[in-house]
Design a binder for this molecule. Structure first.
Ligand code: URA
Length: 292
């Protein structure tokens, strides 16, 4: 996938498979003190990877950013397109346990997406208080066919990203989407569809109690940040402005950190952004370490 020079891994305790996985993602690692060429310093991927600042973490070791990120103040810019509304879980969901919630999603006919689906795609993975909750946009064709999120090409890249983080589908991570049914022709979900479906995601978060939420792609970022009560002007910012910081999602059990990053499908189209995505994952891993 990448024809870039060899990865520099000095000081970062990644095993061979994780290094291979990062190389497969197209991510090279770089340290300021390393003897690298000026050309390498201008590479987007290397610029995006933070240098190691602390002792390596238990699983897997990653470089922590030097300072805790802060939420930037909202800009004055008007939103470019309609944003998902802020929704609260309706009382009809708040009493549901996991099994009942699954049943409720599978039986849902609240919007027209239910008419075209082959399968509802509630999510997959570790349901026992996973460390990670990864939130994407909506099922695509293959996900609709199989009833599992992220099983297509973007899903394969997501699996590589998880692997590079020392995770695997189903181990300490739950993967879901904002929208549980496939929009026709993979169009963007409508605000009304988000409003109908977001309470499912909100109840999933309450029941899963993940230690961190990773929202991939602008749509998922906007939706999760809406659940977090982030103001509309902030949510309207491009993903490039939303990434690189930690938001807070209040739940009944406490506050869950939220990091947003690029969608794997976007990374497949724009591989030069993979380094930034890896930096986001490092930020999230460091955040998780801090809260351990
Ligand atoms: N893209 C998503 O956002 N979710 C999926 O499940 C598959 C592709």
């Amino acid at each position: 996938m990448s024809d870039t020079p060899p990865v520099l891994t000095q000081g970062l305790q990644l095993d061979e498979r994780q290094r291979a996985m990062l190389a497969e993602m197209g991510v090279r690692l770089w340290w300021p003190e390393a003897d690298v060429s000026p050309d390498a310093l201008t590479d987007t991927l290397t610029e995006a990877v933070p240098p190691p600042a602390a002792a390596p973490v238990a699983r897997p070791p990653v470089a922590a950013p030097a300072a805790a990120p802060v939420v930037r103040p909202a800009p004055a810019a008007a939103p470019a397109r309609p944003l998902p509304p802020v929704v609260a879980a309706p009382s009809s969901l708040s009493h549901l346990d996991w099994a009942a919630l699954q049943d409720s999603m599978k039986a849902c006919t609240a919007c027209a997406l239910s008419q075209g689906r082959s399968h509802v795609v509630p999510g997959v993975g570790d349901t026992d208080r996973p460390d990670w909750l990864v939130v994407g946009e909506a099922p695509g064709e293959q996900e609709d066919r199989q009833g599992e999120p992220f099983v297509g090409a973007a899903g394969q890249l997501l699996d590589k990203m998880l692997f590079a983080m020392g995770l695997a589908r189903g181990e300490r991570v739950f993967i879901t989407n904002v929208i549980k049914c496939r929009p026709p022709h993979n169009r963007n979900p409508e605000p009304a569809e988000v409003a109908q479906c977001s309470p499912f995601l909100q109840r999933q978060i309450e029941l899963l109690q993940p230690r961190i939420v990773l929202a991939v792609g602008r749509f998922a970022a906007q939706s999760v940040l809406a659940l977090a009560g982030v103001d509309e002007a902030t949510r309207a910012q491009p993903l490039g402005k939303l990434r690189g910081q930690v938001f807070r999602l209040p739940t009944a059990q406490g506050t869950v950190p939220v990091v947003v990053s690029y969608h794997p499908a976007y990374l497949l189209r724009s591989p030069a952004e993979k380094g930034k995505a890896w930096a986001d994952l490092c930020l999230a891993m460091a955040q998780l370490e801090r809260s351990a």
